[in-house]
Design a binder for this molecule. Structure first.
Ligand code: MG
Length: 381
């Protein structure tokens, strides 16, 4: 690969490859938007001319990001790979600007490549990524998602989560309006007052209905920490309407992808809290911009994930360990998976995520074969 000689010891990107991972979930993941039974994600491997490698991951969360396996693979193969090959890892700023400009949207594909670049850069620095990002938190506490189901099932799942050691539950609702209040009431009764409950409607209510439901939760003293994305993503006025009328903090998730979205949401008081997910922002580079916006306005953030394995979730964990403005952690992807095929990286012990001193993201081995351009069948994979 040409390049190294020009700048002496510069490490240049010589290939970006894709592979695929499939991990069964412990139980089906159900929200107001979808039901999923397996994590089926695209893995990315960025290789430099000295043989170093960085890893990334992108879930095809079509209902939220619009990204599918096909679109992720095509964005990487036809736009990102040709744009970034030959660039120097020692100049990550230039890489992230090029990554941003070479194709619009496609935030999941960009996130996978962005985290692989951060992985390589931190390995180059010989430090764990969270330290490169300026942080020192060694431990994070995550919640666990309770899928939307019949009430009995949700109560059973909540009790099982508490038994596993989780002290914070994120309860998925949003399918049946006021019946969601009964769901939460039964769960609160079962788990007692010491468990923190977050409610995620995944855009399942309209604005007036949201106010009625949240008032009912408040009137019944169910002690809800926050309500996430009550109304459709693009119903900005609806988010404002709800946020202005209830005491419970409103967390924007599907309504905020970019730092620009965060500025508008905060300035127009359309939410109290921001949920950062690397698959929405297009990676850590832009997630840091949202952190800065939130710091400026004094707004706290949650870090979340899609259905991702321990690879992408660990990239998000490094960001959370680095930024004090991220006060809430919803990184339960690995906890929802039945198996963990990766080696190395942060340790997940139910509700506690422990950062390690390994350089980069820390994942040393991933369970798939990678391809650059195409296999014998002419496909990317
Ligand atoms: Mg959400």
């Amino acid at each position: 690969m040409a390049g190294s000689a020009e700048t002496g010891d510069g490490m240049r990107i010589c290939d970006i490859q894709a592979g695929e991972v499939r991990i069964p979930l412990r139980k089906p993941f159900k929200t107001a938007l979808r039901t999923v039974e397996n994590v089926e994600d695209i893995l990315i491997r960025v290789v430099t001319d000295d043989g170093s490698e960085g890893f990334g991951e992108a879930p095809p969360t079509a209902v939220i990001t619009g990204d599918t396996k096909g679109s992720i693979l095509t964005a990487v193969r036809d736009f990102i790979r040709p744009a970034l090959i030959g660039m120097e890892i020692e100049n990550p700023e230039a890489i992230f600007r090029k990554l941003d400009a070479c194709v619009v949207r496609n935030t999941s594909a960009k996130a996978a490549v962005d985290m692989a670049i951060y992985d390589l850069f931190a390995k180059r620095c010989g430090m764990p990524l969270y330290q490169v990002l300026g942080g020192a938190r060694k431990e994070l506490e995550t919640d666990l998602t309770i899928s939307v189901n019949e009430i009995d099932q949700m109560v059973e799942d909540s009790l099982e989560a508490v038994k596993r050691g989780y002290r914070i539950l994120k309860v998925k609702v949003g399918k049946e309006g006021l019946r969601d209040v009964a769901r939460i009431a039964e769960i609160r009764k079962a788990v007692g007052p010491d468990i923190r409950l977050r409610v995620d409607a995944n855009q399942g209510w309209d604005a007036r209905q949201s106010v009625r439901i949240i008032h009912a939760l408040e009137d019944r003293g169910l002690d809800i920490e926050l309500v996430e994305q009550p109304v459709p993503a693009r119903d900005f006025e609806g988010m404002k309407f709800v946020t202005a009328r209830v005491d419970t903090p409103i967390l924007a998730d599907e309504s905020v992808f970019s730092a620009q979205d965060a500025v508008r949401l905060i300035q127009e008081r359309a939410a109290d809290l921001i949920n950062i997910k690397l698959m929405k922002t297009g990676g850590i580079y832009h997630a840091l911009a949202i952190c800065s916006v939130a710091e400026i306005y004094g707004v706290e953030c949650m870090i979340g994930c899609m259905l991702e394995s321990r690879l992408a979730v660990s990239a998000a964990a490094h960001l959370a360990a680095a930024k004090a403005v991220i006060t809430r952690v919803d990184l339960d992807g690995p906890s929802l998976c039945l198996t963990d095929p990766h080696e190395g990286g942060p340790e997940y012990r139910e509700n506690i995520i422990r950062m390690t001193d390994a350089p980069g993201i820390g994942i040393t081995k991933v369970p798939c074969s990678f391809h650059s351009e195409g296999n014998q069948a002419g496909l990317f994979l």
